[in-house]
Ligand binder design. Structure first.
Ligand code: FEO
Length: 399
């Protein structure tokens, strides 16, 4: 039986996607799950659906609990197609009395499903409630976490928060609860998910956590739309979200580079030596072999952000353009940085990297170091000094 009763009368009826390897540029190298939840009560309600073509898995799971035709309500917490991929067909199949969504959800439904005009939509806002009989659904709009339409559903009788994309992880497992797997691995997936999906919206996360605290919601389970359900570790994941959302940076630098003939690579190592001399650790990540979404995990918590590229065709290497564009979109904050790179003819690479650092709102400590072809002993000295300077400034920023 794949269906799992996660709380009294509340069932996980989602689907496992073992094979997906990309989610909008995020390397989902362990697959993911599309979680849907079903509450059996006087009124039966389904929370979200799944991505196509996983509908058969979801329907099989629902049928283990009830006939899909017995579903009275559907709650659309989020319209992105990994959760609404089967919504239109589900509405045709079970003919619900009502389909609940946020005000922005109604707009998103209209623009995704052009023949949804006759759906029995009911718009709900933060503070609205829905009685199911013995249980109640409290709606809480969570705009930009991570879409304008996003919404949480809270079931007070079960102290259960159905949290849409927030608190998720992209990890396909047969286990349903986070505490059934090693804690380090689960939190590493949760951190990567935060860095790549929610970091951009950190101010909204902080605001939401305050709202949840102000409302005094008692939560002993958080059921996200992806990955494992938080049960005995709800306080831990809430604390992590609080920390990640507050731009809690570490006394550390990340050096991201790509290199044509290893000169830029040698420069990266010399800079890291200087950082180390000042007692500041660095992670050196080659963009050619490290996925942008894994790089973002290290970027999220590092105070120093140092970018390197050989100059190619008056610009930077395509791998660096990819990574820098991706990181810029996720809006890092409060970082200090510098750029470096080797060149053969004209050497525009460092200028392009500095433009990215500006867009990332970095405090740029140095014009950048460029080296013609192969670094000399003197170049290495300068690079190590640059690393040391960045190290000192990182330390100073923590005083
Ligand atoms: Fe899991 Fe925003 O979709």
């Amino acid at each position: 039986m794949a269906t799992e009763e996660i709380k009294n009368g509340v069932f996980w009826v989602g689907a496992l996607d073992w094979n997906v390897r990309d989610f909008h540029g995020y390397s989902t190298y362990k697959g993911t799950t599309y979680n849907a939840y079903l509450i059996k009560d006087e009124k039966n309600v389904l929370f979200d659906t799944v991505k196509g073509p996983f509908e058969h898995e979801m329907l099989h799971n629902i049928r283990e609990v009830m006939n899909p035709e017995d579903i009275d309500y559907i709650v659309v917490n989020h319209v992105e197609l990994d959760h609404s991929g089967y919504l239109a067909e589900m509405i045709k199949l079970c003919k619900p009395e009502k389909v609940f969504c946020s005000p922005m959800g109604a707009r998103a439904i209209a623009s995704h499903f052009h023949d949804s005009g006759d759906w029995p939509l009911e718009i709900v806002k933060s503070g609205d409630t829905l009685s199911l009989g013995s249980k109640t659904v409290h709606f809480l709009e969570t705009k930009m976490l991570h879409w304008p339409d996003s919404m949480f559903s809270y079931i007070p009788e079960e102290k259960l928060l159905i949290s849409s994309d927030a608190f998720g992880q992209h990890w396909a497992t047969t286990e349903r609860f986070a505490d059934e797997l090693p804690k380090g691995a689960v939190f590493a997936h949760a951190k990567k998910y935060y860095a790549n999906i929610l970091h951009l919206f950190s101010p909204n996360v902080t605001k939401l956590l305050k709202t949840v605290a102000d409302l005094g919601l008692e939560i002993d389970m958080i059921a996200p739309d992806h990955g494992l359900i938080w049960r005995s570790q709800t306080a831990d994941i809430l604390e992590c979200y609080k920390r990640w959302a507050s731009y809690d940076l570490k006394k550390r630098a990340v050096i991201i580079y790509d290199s044509m003939w290893h000169s830029t690579e040698k420069m990266a190592k010399a800079i890291s030596n200087g950082l180390r001399e000042e007692g500041v650790d660095a992670r050196i990540l080659n963009a050619k072999v490290t996925h942008r979404s894994d790089i973002m995990v290290d970027v999220m918590e590092a105070k120093g952000l140092i970018l390197g590229s050989s100059t190619l065709n008056n610009g930077i290497l395509p791998t660096m353009a990819d990574v820098c564009t991706y990181i810029t979109g996720l809006r890092p904050k409060k970082k200090i940085g510098a750029a470096f790179g080797s060149f053969g003819w004209s050497g525009e690479g460092v200028r392009h990297l500095n433009l990215f650092l500006e867009k990332m709102d970095c405090e740029i400590l140095h014009d950048g170091i460029k080296v013609k072809n192969v670094p000399t002993v003197d170049d290495f000295k300068l690079l190590t000094e640059l690393g040391a300077k960045i190290g000192r400034d990182i330390k100073k920023s923590f005083e």
